[in-house]
Design a protein around this ligand. Structure first.
Ligand SMILES: Nc1nc2c(c(=O)[nH]1)N=C([C@H](O)[C@H](O)COP(=O)(O)OP(=O)(O)OP(=O)(O)O)CN2
Ligand SMILES: [Zn+2]
Length: 121
């Protein structure tokens, strides 16, 4: 079994109410995020690939553009802009590729990350 991972970065702003961080979180502020997208499977004997990384790159670029330099609270389909919802949002937009096994979102400046394994978990 093989796992293949591609990462991307995006910079985005959000505001979050109801956290123990209080007022600072409620103000609009920005973060640098790092996402990791992992597919799992066996390489096709003809191509030697689980999934063509070029295909993955193309799909990733679409989702990256929906998040990069955006105010996340304005993205309706995202819901509250937590790491949990970001990982689900990215999953939902990449699942058509197939073989998706997990999506992780890292907020390194805060030493935080969240991994989503899909609705079947
Ligand atoms: N279950 C979750 N809990 C919390 C989340 C989350 O995504 N899921 N997010 C937060 C905060 O947004 C997060 O901890 C960052 O805090 P924030 O005040 O935005 O960031 P800092 O000022 O500490 O970070 P810098 O990057 O250093 O400015 C809380 N809970
Ligand atoms: Zn924040």
């Amino acid at each position: 079994m093989w796992e293949l991972t591609k990462s991307f970065r995006f910079e985005a702003a959000h505001s979050l109410t109801g956290t123990t961080f209080g007022a600072a979180s409620e103000e609009i502020h920005g973060h640098s995020f790092r996402a990791e997208v992992t597919v799992r499977g066996t390489p096709d004997p003809a191509t030697g690939m689980v999934v063509d990384l070029g295909l993955l790159q193309r799909a990733i670029e679409d989702v990256r553009l929906t998040l990069d330099h955006k105010y996340l609270n304005k993205i309706e389909a995202l819901g509250t802009p937590t790491l949990e919802n970001l990982s689900r949002f990215v999953w939902d937009r990449l699942q058509h590729i197939g073989k998706l096994t997990r999506v992780s979102i890292h907020r390194d400046s805060c030493n935080e990350s969240c991994t989503y394994y899909g609705p079947q978990g």
